[in-house]
Write a protein that binds this ligand. Structure first.
Ligand code: ZN
Length: 283
């Protein structure tokens, strides 16, 4: 069996809701048609204000309306209320209970664990919903024996975010991950798009526009490697931001929900999208 790979994008609005100079308007021969063949979902859930990561990702991970639970959009990290939802119902938690084999593909540097420990010492959580859920499921971060992915997709973390590798590396990452037949679900928490989106300003600095294109080019290559090697893939996003690099904050853009090898169903928003994913596993 090939694994299902979930590319959980952070802060990437759908190309249909993006401005003409969006990074979506690059040559993306695999990614763009893949996303266009999928759905554009509402992330606002009828609640005012801009959608945020903790509530949006909890919707995806639980299939429950985390915005209602919080009386609004909340982020970036889940606090006590969202943690309770994730503890009970996050997809990794439920799948481990069923005996499924899953892993979080992110590679976390030592500084990540130092920052977590410092926050914990102050009684705070600085972990995003995806690593939080995997840890609560009893699964390790940086799991051994798996090719791990930097969330920067190979770009330098700091401006001007220059690529540190070639696009071909990402094609080969995709092929290697598709071969992990001893796993049911592999998840990539691709949050660097939201980080780049928060650098947005008008007019968009050329180096930021270039970084946005380089990011999606690597995502395109990763997706191509996965599909060529026969993996089932799903792409989601929690809210808009990166698709419009002329503004600093999140946007009201609809978000992509696209897949190959699994049925999307007919969701209209990110809660229903999360329910579709659960359905693939009989939840
Ligand atoms: Zn953000």
């Amino acid at each position: 069996m090939k694994p299902l790979i979930w590319l959980a994008l952070d802060g990437v609005g759908h190309p249909q809701d993006a401005p003409p100079d969006s990074p979506w308007n690059a040559e993306l021969p695999t990614l763009r048609p893949f996303v266009e063949a999928g759905l554009a979902l509402d992330a606002s859930l009828g609640v005012g204000g801009l959608p945020q990561s903790a509530t949006g990702q909890t919707c995806w991970l639980t299939g429950r309306n985390a915005v209602t639970a919080m009386n609004g959009h909340y982020g970036p990290h889940p606090g006590p209320t969202l943690q309770r939802l994730l503890d009970a119902d996050a997809l990794p938690v439920r799948l481990v209970q069923q005996g499924a084999r899953l892993a979080l593909l992110n590679s976390y540097p030592p500084g990540y664990f130092e920052a977590q420990a410092q926050a914990a010492a102050r009684g705070r959580n600085r972990s995003g919903c995806f690593p939080y859920s995997f840890v609560r499921a009893g699964l390790p971060l940086n799991p051994p024996g798996i090719p791990l992915l930097p969330a920067t997709l190979g770009l330098n973390y700091r401006s001007p975010w220059l690529p540190q590798d070639t696009v071909g590396v990402w094609q080969r990452h995709g092929e290697a991950l598709a071969a992990l037949s001893d796993h049911d679900l592999l998840v990539f928490d691709a949050w660097f798009s939201d980080h780049l989106g928060h650098e947005g300003q008008a007019p968009t600095p050329p180096e930021l526009a270039a970084a946005g294109r380089a990011y999606l080019l690597r995502l395109d290559a990763l997706l191509n490697g996965l599909l060529q090697a026969g993996a089932a893939v799903v792409i989601s996003s929690d809210h808009g931001n990166f698709e419009d690099l002329s503004v600093k904050g999140h946007t009201l853009a609809r978000v992509p929900f696209a897949a190959s090898g699994v049925p999307l169903g007919q969701p209209g928003d990110v809660v229903q999208g999360g329910q579709s994913i659960r359905g693939w596993f009989g939840l």
